[in-house]
Write a protein of this length. Structure first.
Length: 152
């Protein structure tokens, strides 16, 4: 085994800042990753809003996220079949259903893209800061005429 790599103060500062930047970016990315439940919730709210737009008195004001969550737990597909049956021929739900099918079909790809965006949101600024630091040390060492290095 070789000797351990010793980091300069600037390298340590860079490493600490990179880790500190990673924490909020990872948290925001985790929140932004789409889930099937979110798509199901959007589908239900879109259906409710479409019905409210054409039949304002069909739903009362008790319709909230809690009601939608309970419908999801009890089986949203069954509820949607009942509602679609009641309004068949009166309201066209095809656009909502098409959007839901497209979203669920592309769920894995959308999750992957969100994670890649998160990595980019972390990596690009970290890389830029690193390059700026290396460039600053290189420029400063040129003025001093010394062999000071960012890496040691």
């Amino acid at each position: 085994m070789g000797t351990p790599v010793r980091l300069s103060g600037w390298n340590r500062l860079f490493l600490v800042l990179a880790v500190l930047w990673f924490v909020p970016v990872a948290w925001l990315t985790a929140i932004a990753v789409p889930t099937a439940e979110e798509y199901q919730r959007d589908r239900l709210f879109s259906t409710v809003n479409l019905i409210k737009g054409q039949h304002p008195n069909y739903f009362d004001e008790s319709w909230t996220y809690k009601v939608v969550d309970s419908i999801i737990q009890q089986g949203a597909d069954q509820w949607l079949v009942e509602v679609h049956g009641k309004f068949q021929g009166k309201i066209d739900f095809n656009s909502i259903e098409r959007e839901y099918r497209d979203n669920t079909r592309d769920l894995a790809r959308n999750q992957y893209k969100t994670i890649l965006y998160g990595l980019g949101l972390w990596g690009v600024p970290v890389g830029i800061v690193y390059l700026l630091g290396v460039s600053a040390v290189w420029v400063i060492s040129g003025f001093r005429g010394s062999k000071d290095s960012f890496h040691g």
